[in-house]
Write a protein that binds this ligand. Structure first.
Ligand SMILES: [Zn+2]
Length: 418
């Protein structure tokens, strides 16, 4: 493959005659698209290759949303029903330069990290991935210390300071003795000569991608850390060029938001959050204890009722299921204590919303529990089941509980009449 974008990766606009234009359909980012496949005499649009994603941009005023490779040519896909380009017409190719230059910075950044990792730290790169926000290199080792990462980052940035040129050359396939890594190239390329990307005095590697012309165009590389990879491998995450600034800006925005929220400076984040977490744990403990006391009181209140109603309900907006457990522990076995009556307890998920989802528990007379469960499932979208004499279920809207209670009471009275 030798497209114009590979000869001069800095061309942002170019005009070249249309060689063919065919109706086509393509799946782009999971979406089925109808449009046209266009092949030009020469293309500054880069098709996917060497780990680098394809370019996007404009062909005249039509959006190019995908570029793929067929042998030595690039096929540009333009979406739409009316975007025919006549053969011989010379549309203006205009690539999305921000996207392309970002890809060039990540790809050349990968070559640099890979070369330095091998030369100075004996760490071999086995693959890499250019991510939408963060890229990674797969290293053939599991023994990479934080100190090595720090030294690698320093060395890589020293090379950027040296501003070494990056050049493209072509080599015969039989003459690759000093080449870093012979990657497997697609069979349909059938090239006798390979495209070699070289970083002066540091690296030579076969690659089809678009690259910056010198290391200074990488600006800076930041290594973000490692993660365990496939068997025997480690993933090293990195940012190159403008992504470092973008990442830094995101961190600053988050820092500002946190400073406002926590009412402190960034230096105080860790001690303040530690203190807050300790407070939250203490409050949770107090809250759980108070809730259990409350549940016991509610249980005793029920036991002391002289004239127990047919349906006794408790609605809590701020309690966990622990409340239900403590309540029933206090009143004992519901089937013997409650007799032919029912107890309904509801717990809302969100105490600030009237229509919050939540959960319900119904206990008491076995037959009535089963009948109530059926009403809850059939008429109130409850999801749950009867187990050990209790019906426990999730409900989508606690505001409908009064209506539900009316229906149970009616059923309960009818059952009594029978
Ligand atoms: Zn490459």
């Amino acid at each position: 493959m030798s497209l114009l974008c590979q000869k001069n990766s800095y061309l942002q606009e170019y005009q070249s005659p249309v060689r063919s234009c065919q109706p086509s359909s393509l799946n782009v980012n999971g979406k089925h698209c109808q449009g046209f496949d266009i092949v030009l005499e020469d293309s500054i649009f880069f098709p996917e290759g060497g780990g680098q994603p394809y370019d996007t941009g404009l062909l005249d005023d039509q959006k190019v949303i995908n570029v793929r490779r067929d042998g030595n040519q690039a096929i540009l896909f333009v979406e739409g029903d009316h975007c025919r380009f006549d053969c011989g017409h010379q549309p203006l190719q205009k690539i999305d330069w921000n996207r392309r230059f970002d890809h060039m910075q990540q790809h050349s950044g990968q070559h640099l990290i890979t070369a330095v990792a091998l030369k100075y730290f004996n760490l071999l790169t086995t693959s890499w991935n250019l991510g939408a926000e963060i890229s990674n290199i797969e290293l053939d080792s599991t023994q990479i210390t934080d100190e090595t990462i720090e030294q690698l980052e320093q060395k890589v940035n020293e090379k950027i300071l040296e501003n070494l040129p990056i050049t493209i050359s072509y080599r015969d396939k039989d003459d690759l003795a000093d080449i870093r890594q012979q990657m497997e190239l697609p069979d349909d390329l059938n090239a006798h000569s390979l495209r070699i990307v070289s970083i002066e005095s540091l690296d030579k590697n076969p690659c089809c991608g678009t690259h910056v012309s010198s290391l200074s165009h990488l600006q800076m590389i930041k290594l973000l850390g490692t993660q365990k990879g496939k068997k025997g491998k480690t993933l090293l995450f990195f940012l190159s060029g403008n992504r470092v600034l973008k990442h830094m800006n995101n961190i600053l925005v988050r820092e500002k938001l946190l400073s406002t929220s926590l009412k402190c400076t960034a230096e105080e984040f860790v001690p303040i959050v530690d203190k807050l977490q300790k407070n939250v744990r203490r409050l949770q403990k107090n809250c759980t204890s108070a809730m259990r006391d409350l549940a016991r009181c509610e249980g005793e209140k029920y036991l002391n009722l002289l004239d127990k109603p047919r349906l006794y309900s408790i609605h809590r907006k701020e309690c966990e299921y622990d409340f239900v457990t403590s309540f029933f522990n206090t009143i004992g076995d519901p089937t013997s204590i409650i007799g032919d009556r029912l107890i309904l307890i509801s717990l809302a998920d969100d105490c600030n919303s009237l229509k919050s989802p939540g959960q319900i528990v119904i206990a008491g007379n076995q037959l009535l529990v089963e009948k109530s469960a059926k009403i809850a499932i059939d008429s109130f979208d409850a999801k749950g089941s009867v187990s050990s004499g209790r019906f426990r279920a999730r409900i989508p809207d606690v505001s409908k509980l009064p209506k539900f209670e009316q229906m149970i009471t009616k059923q309960s009275l009818m059952s009594n009449e029978n």
